[in-house]
Each structure stands twice: as structure tokens, then as C-alpha cells.
Design a protein around this ligand. Structure first.
Ligand code: ATP
Ligand code: MG
Ligand code: MG
Length: 368
């Protein structure tokens, strides 16, 4: 029996992969309708810090996580009883932008210029060097939430107050040419592979499309893979790690934006377009098996389906147009209530090249 903290769509796709490979899964998630629950052998419907539920998870042969804000202490507790990957320490680093950026630099990699803002006193004339910038809360932000764009010191002060004076990072706006992500599957030094970098297109701060292969020079893509690998090595990371990078300026330099200690939305195309997908890799690594072939078998584009596409229904999504289309590899997450910004599912289109995959995915998305 394998255990997972979190039963959202990532937990669901993990559970399906695990079962296909012959494992049974226990899911811990407080939501009675958690998407993973439909597939799991056991659903512990309890808070993530529930002692009895954690004691049960500790009985599993190995435990992993899909939930970004799971308590690192809960993972450290589990690690006393069973195999836990990724480690609580790595999860804690990914949960805090201040730690995260420090680690990225410690690994010898670049970030956007930034300043830590933990109190109003940290805002000084020197902060002007990071403007125009984005004030991001150190913890709990996702999908662009917890970010305020600032152009002046006055706006910076206001944004810090608006964030409730919690610890923040002021990041200089960089000249973004494109955004890519690299997913690393690492068991140890000798056993670590990366998937082909995905080119990510965001709409309203949320990932809309991932295109693979990314439409950038091979040298840039090779460097991105190498950087992601270097970061995973520095963290001595065990598991599936997503690394988001910015391609900056004409020289196409790469800076690391942030990491996610789990399979990632920008890796969903691997389910339909790669030799082994990112969830199979997560299962393999937590079981101590070497990561499998990450090869891309065909150019692909993944499109997210948000609840926004069914505004007037305010309820049951209409999947028929996508189900009827022969090109769309559709994945539904089993969520009943569509609402704006909520990830309801995704589909992947395969094509002869990245441009046509993207064009086809956009055209199909417009039919919704
Ligand atoms: P996620 O859902 O990926 O976890 P998040 O809320 O943690 O998102 P970031 O990834 O830090 O946020 O930023 C969201 C988006 O904002 C980025 O994908 C990028 O488009 C833009 N962005 C963030 N930082 C910068 C920057 N320094 N310069 C320019 N654009 C930026
Ligand atoms: Mg993030
Ligand atoms: Mg991000």
C-alpha cells in the first residue's frame, strides 16, 4: 500500500498510475469529494495534521505528497516510520520563497533580482533598485495569488500592508521572453532524468497551455535541463521535481523562478506523449525503482480546462464537445462544481510539430 498526502487531481492521476502498476493507494484529504478518492483503495477523510490519520499513513510502504502546503512536520513524522519522498526538508524549502531563492542561488543558479521584505523597515531607498517589481508573499501563493505589482516605493509600502505585513519577496520584473519548466525525476545521483522542457503560456496568472517541445533553441533547452538537474542535485532531491524557468532578454538567459516538489500541471502532456509519465515516475521513485524513459514520443500541447468555460451553467460541466473530438486526449478530474479559475480537467493534442499542436489545442479549446 502506498500513501499520498492530498487527493486533488495530481493525487488522482498518481493513484491511477499506482494502481495500473499494481499498487494500492491510501489517500489523506479532508475533502469528502477529493478527486483521488474515486480511485483510492482507502480515503482517510481527515485534516492533514490529524494524528490518527497520519498514524495510519505511517503504515504504508511509502508515502508521497501532491499538496504543496502539507505540513513539513507531518512529513518528518511519517519519515520516522516509513519511506517518505520528497523529504520534508525539500517540501519546506519549496513552500517558502525566501528559502527557495536562497537554495537556487546556493546551487549556483540565477534568480530574478530580489530583496527579502519581512518588515516595513526592510523597505528603503535600496528597494527602488527592484522596481518595477512584484511583491510576492513568501508562503501560500499559487496561480498568481499573493502577488502585487508595484512601480514606486509608495506602492510597495501599500502592497506590504495589503499582504497583511507577512514575510514577502520583492522581485524585479524581468524582460520575459518565454516561460518554460523542466520536470526532474531523481532517485539519486546516478539515477536522474529530465523530461523535455515545456513552453508554458499563462492566462490571468494561471497556466493555460504547455507546448512540447518548447519553441526555443536547443542550446537554451539543454541548458534548462542541466540547470534543473543541478538544482535537484543540490537539494539531494528524491522524487519528481518541477522547476519553472524564465527565458530573459535577447541573449535568452535563463533564471529560475520557482520549484514545485511534485508532478506539475506543465507535465500533464507526459500522460499521452511520453514513454513514461510523471505520475508513473513518482510511483517508481517512492518505491525505490529507477526512473523510467522520459522520452517525448510526439510533439504535444496540453490545454487546461478551467471552470470559467461553463459560466452560465454554474454547475455540471459539458464535456461532450471534447469527448466527441478524436484528437483530444481528455482527462477529467471528477469535480462536480465548475467555478472560475478551478481546474476541471485538461486535454492533450499530439501533432507533427509544436506549432500545429498548439494551434490545434487552441482551436479545440475555443469550441468549449
Ligand atoms: P504557480 O501557480 O506557478 O505556483 P505562483 O503564484 O507561485 O504561480 P509565480 O510563478 O511566481 O507565481 O508567478 C506567476 C507568473 O507571474 C509567472 O508565471 C510569470 O508569468 C509572472 N512573473 C512572476 N515573477 C515575475 C518576474 N520577476 N518578472 C516578470 N514576470 C513575472
Ligand atoms: Mg508557485
Ligand atoms: Mg509559478
Amino acid at each position: 500500500m502506498l500513501g499520498i498526502l492530498g487527493g486533488g487531481q495530481l493525487g488522482r492521476m498518481f493513484t491511477v498510475a499506482a494502481q495500473t502498476m499494481g499498487y494500492r493507494v491510501t489517500v489523506l484529504d479532508p475533502d469528502p469529494h477529493a478527486p483521488a478518492a474515486a480511485f483510492a483503495e482507502r480515503h482517510l477523510c481527515a485534516p492533514f495534521d490529524d494524528a490518527a490519520a497520519l498514524a495510519e499513513l505511517a503504515q504504508c510502504a511509502a508515502v508521497t505528497t501532491e499538496f504543496e502546503n502539507v505540513s513539513a512536520d507531518a512529513m518528518r513524522f511519517l519519515a520516522k516510520h516509513t519511506t517518505v519522498s520528497p523529504s520534508g526538508d525539500c517540501v519546506a524549502i519549496a513552500q517558502n520563497r525566501i528559502e527557495e531563492k536562497a537554495w537556487i542561488r546556493k546551487a549556483g543558479l540565477q534568480t530574478a533580482p530580489y530583496q527579502v521584505v519581512q518588515s516595513a523597515a526592510d523597505i528603503s531607498q535600496a528597494s527602488a533598485g527592484f522596481l518595477p517589481g512584484i511583491l510576492k508573499t513568501a508562503t501560500l501563493g499559487y496561480d498568481g495569488k499573493g502577488q502585487i505589482r508595484v512601480h514606486s516605493l509608495a506602492q510597495l509600502h501599500e502592497a506590504f500592508v495589503a499582504h497583511g505585513k507577512v514575510a514577502c519577496v520583492l522581485e524585479k520584473m524581468v524582460d520575459l521572453r518565454s516561460e518554460i519548466s523542466v520536470i526532474v525525476c531523481r532517485l539519486g545521483n546516478e539515477e536522474s532524468h529530465t523530461f523535455d522542457p515545456a513552453e508554458n503560456i499563462h492566462e490571468n496568472g494561471i497556466l493555460a497551455y504547455s507546448i512540447v517541445p518548447a519553441r526555443l533553441p536547443q542550446t537554451v533547452l539543454g541548458q534548462a535541463r542541466q540547470m534543473a538537474q543541478q538544482l535537484a542535485d543540490a537539494l539531494d532531491y528524491v522524487g519528481v521535481l518541477a522547476v519553472e524557468l524564465f527565458v530573459v532578454g535577447d541573449e535568452q538567459t535563463l533564471v529560475v523562478n520557482e520549484i514545485a516538489p511534485r508532478p506539475h500541471n506543465s507535465g500533464h502532456h507526459t500522460l499521452d506523449a511520453c514513454a513514461a509519465d510523471q505520475f508513473q515516475q513518482q510511483v517508481r521513485i517512492m518505491c525505490g525503482l529507477p526512473p523510467a524513459d522520459t522520452r517525448l514520443l510526439a510533439p504535444a500541447c496540453m490545454a487546461n480546462i478551467l471552470g470559467d468555460v461553463w459560466p452560465e451553467q454554474g454547475g455540471a460541466p459539458d464535456w461532450l464537445p471534447l469527448m466527441a473530438d478524436t484528437r483530444a486526449h481528455l482527462h477529467q478530474y471528477g469535480k462536480q462544481n465548475a467555478r472560475a479559475g478551478r481546474k476541471m480537467g485538461h486535454f492533450t493534442v499530439l501533432a507533427d510539430n509544436a506549432d500545429s499542436a498548439f494551434a490545434a489545442a487552441q482551436a479545440l479549446h475555443r469550441t468549449l
